[in-house]
Design a protein around this ligand. Sequence first.
Ligand code: ADP
Length: 223
Amino acid sequence: MNILQTNELKKYYSQGSNITKALDGISFSVEKGEFVAVVGTSGSGKSTLLHMIGGLDTPTSGTVLVKNNDLTKLNDEQATIFRRRNIGFIFQNYNLVPILNVYENIVLPVDLDGEIVDTAFLDEIINMLSLREKLQSMPNNLSGGQQQRVAIARALVTKPAIILADEPTGNLDSKTSADVIGLLQMSSKKYQQTIVMITHNNEIAQLADRIVRIEDGQIIDRR
Ligand code: ADP
């Protein structure tokens, strides 16, 4: 089943007479359950692409379909609602809420949605991510790898159509990075969870199912 499709996506920024073609015709699609790495050097357009897929910004032209909904046609309010229901985010700096403990951080998106937590599923992901002993801990008392595991649990718990991971291993050593990517890979397989990960790190990208390489706002390689 197709979850994500971008068609001839373009994002141009103009400053005075200068035009930067941050995205210059990006077309690719992702099936349910795939774990895809978008890789490219600094300035290649990765963040811009992530913002478009996440419905955080609108393109100059082209379309972004998530579960066949065209995000480029939504107004800000509609995009916010769509994002909350359908997109999970994982960041380089974890973005946990410092005044909430691990358990509260994980269930926060469900609470915000006014939904009831699926406790059986929650239990499973807490076990898979080895967070059982840490549920009462505060984020500041956790290592980077532990914080990122909490962020993965928080992203999984709402069963979003897509998890967007923005340089998820950017602050981690290589061993912890491999562990975290292994957990993303496991999540993708076990729950048919679609994951799009942005990274500038080629070794990390190799651990995904598929790589889309961009340079100067264009796809230069895919496999
Ligand atoms: P990456 O995430 O791969 O480093 P970006 O998507 O951040 O790449 O940037 C792609 C290009 O677009 C770069 O040349 C960058 O300078 C430019 N760019 C990004 N955001 C803006 C903006 N708000 N205004 C002008 N130029 C921008």
